[in-house]
Design a protein. Structure first.
Length: 287
C-alpha cells in the first residue's frame, strides 16, 4: 500500500515537539503511537528501528506516529525521563488525532523504559485501547540479584571455562557469594501505601497503572534479555503484580528466544513487527 510521511510540530507545556506520522492511503481506524526508549536516543529509535516499524506497519494500512518528547532529539524543553512524560503523551495523542482523524483507537508501542512509561500512563487516556510492550523495565537491586543468580551464575556453573578460572585462582567468589546471600534472605512482599500515585516508585506506578488499564496488551519478550527476566521475576513472585496483570481485557505474550533486549538482529526485528501487525489486526473488538 502507498504511504506518505508527514512531519509535524506540536506544543507541550510551551515547548515545541517534533513528530513524524506514517500515513497509508487507506488507513485503518487503529493507529500506533511509538515511544522512544530513554537514553541518548530520538524518534528514529535504536538502530532506526522505529523508522522501520512505522514504514512497515503503514504499508499494511496501520497509521503510526513517532515523536521526540521534551528534551529528546529535536524537541525543546528539559529532559524528564520516562517517569514524567504524561503531558508529552497527551500532546502527542492530540496531535495524532488532529492529523489523522480517521484513527479512533490508539495503541502505545514501547520497549524497555518506554514500555514502563506506557504501563504507567495508558489508563489516563480513554482513547488508548492497547499496549505493545517489549521487555518492560522494572529494574531494582532485589530483582536484579535474583535474576543474575538464576540465569547467569547457574549457567556459569555448567561452563568448563568457569571451572578453569576457579582452578587457576582467577575467580573472586566474594561478589557472587554476597549476591547469593542477599537472594537467600527471606523475601517479603512490601506494600507501599500512598494517597498519591505520583509519590509511588516507578515500579509501583507501573503495577497500579496496569491494574487500571482495561484494554489489550501484547508482550514481546526476549530470551537473551535479563530485563525481560526481571519483569517475569516480579510478576511471578509478587501477588500484587500477578493480580494486576489480570486486569486488562487480554494479555497476549510471545517469546523470542534468540532476541536480545533491543531486538537488534534483522530476524528478531522482523519477527517482532510481524507479531505486532498480526495482533493489531486481530485482537477482539469487544472491549
Amino acid at each position: 500500500m502507498k504511504t506518505h510521511e508527514l512531519p509535524i510540530t506540536f506544543k507541550c507545556q510551551g515547548d515545541a515537539l517534533l513528530g513524524i506520522i506514517h500515513l497509508p492511503d487507506q488507513p485503518s481506524h487503529r493507529g500506533v503511537l511509538s515511544i522512544v526508549a530513554g537514553g541518548p536516543q530520538y524518534r528514529a529509535g535504536c538502530g532506526r528501528q522505529l523508522v522501520y516499524l512505522g514504514r512497515k506497519l503503514a504499508a499494511e494500512g496501520i497509521p503510526v506516529m513517532r515523536f521526540d518528547y521534551r528534551g529528546m532529539g529535536d524537541s525543546t524543553g528539559l529532559f524528564r525521563g520516562f517517569n514524567d512524560i504524561e503531558d508529552d503523551l497527551r500532546a502527542a495523542l492530540r496531535a495524532f488525532r488532529e492529523h489523522a482523524p480517521m484513527v479512533t483507537e490508539f495503541v502505545l508501542w514501547g520497549g524497555c523504559d518506554a514500555a514502563s512509561a506506557s504501563m504507567m500512563n495508558a489508563w489516563r487516556f480513554p482513547e488508548v485501547k492497547g499496549l505493545i510492550l517489549g521487555n518492560p523495565w522494572v529494574h531494582s537491586e532485589e530483582t536484579s540479584d535474583r535474576v543474575t543468580v538464576k540465569h547467569y551464575y547457574w549457567q556459569r556453573l555448567r561452563e568448563r571455562s568457569f571451572w578453569i578460572k576457579v582452578l587457576r585462582f582467577q575467580f573472586n567468589p566474594l561478589p557472587a557469594l554476597s549476591m547469593i546471600g542477599r537472594v537467600l534472605r527471606p523475601h517479603r512482599s512490601i506494600a507501599h501505601p500512598s494517597n498519591s500515585f505520583e509519590s509511588l516508585s516507578f515500579q509501583d506506578k507501573m503495577r497500579e497503572g496496569i491494574q487500571c488499564f482495561h484494554g489489550h496488551i501484547l508482550l514481546l519478550m526476549s530470551g537473551k534479555s535479563l530485563v525481560s527476566k526481571e519483569f517475569d521475576e516480579l510478576v511471578q513472585t509478587e501477588p500484587a503484580w500477578c493480580n494486576a496483570m489480570k486486569s486488562p481485557a487480554s494479555v497476549t505474550r510471545h517469546d523470542l528466544p534468540e532476541a536480545d533486549q533491543t531486538f537488534s538482529t534483522m530476524e528478531a526485528r522482523n519477527k517482532m513487527i510481524f507479531l505486532a501487525e498480526k495482533w493489531l489486526k486481530t485482537w477482539p473488538e469487544n472491549h
